[in-house]
Design a protein around this ligand. Structure first.
Ligand SMILES: Cc1ncc(COP(=O)(O)O)c(C=O)c1O
Length: 407
């Protein structure tokens, strides 16, 4: 049986072996990583000091940091979040008695300029509660063909709420064209058709590459919705990325919508949770939907405590993620084997295409073997997302690895 690698040093990084043997590859996969956190650290990524190992064949190796760019959902809670979670004052939130949840919900409502808010375990549940609160069975919700609600939420509004998805093409910038919206709305007095009740927007738009929907566009959709008596729900999973990219308060975006869901567990780094916000009556209906879906949580202050830290301390630093995404995108644009639209790189998401005949699956596996993780979007499309825990040095390293697998 192979001997496990022996740690030999923890005080100085040791250069990685140039030639990878099977032993070294095996040790990368199985070796324990010894890490030391420095108290003044700004991000975990920049200060991990790794052990080096002597392998059974005598070779020295250092397990390298994995640079995980698959999603901003891989972020881990900060130490401030962990201690807030440990200290959180708790109660039974189904009775409305968890003081920490109540504090988070009040803070969330205030941050997006709405009357009320409700904590949900996930963005998916937040969106579903919104659709169930806005629409009845047989009603219609307009969604983009690239939207998260339509593509990645299990068809929940249709399966569980009898709601009809009316699908319109997303434009490359993530918007729904106003003339498409105008033409799609069905008149309420026609007995033949499902009744259009809701328009769903997504800002930033994940599938379109983290693009930002400008407030002026949102105002146009709001005007149209008002004329036709429709509500607007915003899937704002990355709402604060949009606000930071625009340099405006999130309320400048959310004032154009009736309800908004935003996630704590993406770039804001909290471990769990999303907030659905809207007026008090809407949130009352949404609470019924959440209970029905099994999302009534008891001492949920444990997770709300991390959410409060996220909202109070993690929004402004999203600008670092955007800057790192820009470094990555510009580096990729310099590689002849890659096609990328730099205009679409506006926040933390970088989508690019391979132009050297390699498919995304092969590319992703080659990168993984060298410690860089990215997402396969099918065909030749790849997605990389920057986030807390990834610094500019990691991006430079990822670019080196990417160019090495393309040759
Ligand atoms: C735009 C968007 N909306 C909603 C969600 C759903 O969030 P959750 O994974 O918490 O259900 C995601 C998740 O990636 C997303 O990107």
């Amino acid at each position: 049986m192979a001997q496990p690698p022996r740690p030999i040093a923890v005080d100085r990084p040791f250069p990685a072996c140039e030639e990878e043997t099977d032993d070294i590859r095996m040790s990368r996969a199985t070796a324990p990583i010894v890490s030391i956190m420095l108290p003044q650290a700004r991000s975990t990524a920049s200060v991990i000091i790794r052990a080096t190992y002597i392998l059974p064949n005598g070779a020295r190796t250092m397990p390298q940091k994995t640079i995980d760019l698959r999603s901003d959902t891989v972020t881990l809670p900060t130490s401030a979040m962990r201690s807030a979670m440990a200290r959180a004052e708790l109660g039974d939130d189904v009775y409305g008695e968890d003081p920490t949840v109540n504090r988070l919900e009040a803070l969330a409502a205030e941050r997006v300029g709405k009357q009320a808010a409700m904590l949900t375990p996930s963005g998916t549940m937040g969106n579903l509660c919104a659709l169930l609160a806005h629409c009845g069975r047989g009603d219609e919700a307009i969604v983009g063909d690239g939207s998260h609600i339509y593509n990645y939420e299990g068809g929940g509004a249709s399966a569980l709420g009898g709601i009809v998805y009316h699908v319109l093409p997303n434009q490359p910038d993530g918007t729904l064209a106003l003339d498409h919206l105008r033409a799609a709305v069905r008149w309420l007095d026609d007995p033949h058709s499902a009744q259009t009740r809701l328009i769903c927007l997504e800002n930033t738009h994940n599938h379109c590459g983290g693009t930002v929907l400008p407030p002026a566009y949102m105002a146009d959709v709001a005007r149209l919705a008002r004329e036709r008596g429709l509500a607007i729900h915003l899937d704002g999973a990355r709402l604060f990325n949009a606000a930071v990219a625009l340099g405006i308060d999130a309320r400048e975006i959310t004032r154009h919508v009736d309800s908004v869901q935003f996630c704590l567990s993406k770039g804001l780094s909290a471990p769990v949770g999303s907030l659905l916000c809207g007026d008090a009556d809407f949130i009352k209906r949404a609470r019924r939907a959440r209970k029905m879906l099994g999302g009534g949580m008891r001492q949920a202050g444990v997770i709300a405590a991390a959410g409060i830290v996220a909202l109070e301390t993690m929004i402004d630093r999203l600008a670092e993620d955007h800057a790192n995404a820009r470094i990555l995108a510009e580096g990729l644009a310099g590689l002849p084997q890659i096609a990328i639209d730099l205009e679409r790189v506006q926040t933390d998401i970088v989508i690019f295409e391979l132009r050297n005949g390699m498919d995304a699956d092969t590319f992703v596996h080659r990168l993984r073997a060298r410690g860089v993780l990215v997402g396969d979007m099918g065909g030749e499309r790849i997605r990389a997302v920057t986030h807390y825990g990834i610094d500019a040095g990691d991006i430079e390293q990822a670019l080196d690895v990417i160019s090495s697998v393309l040759v």
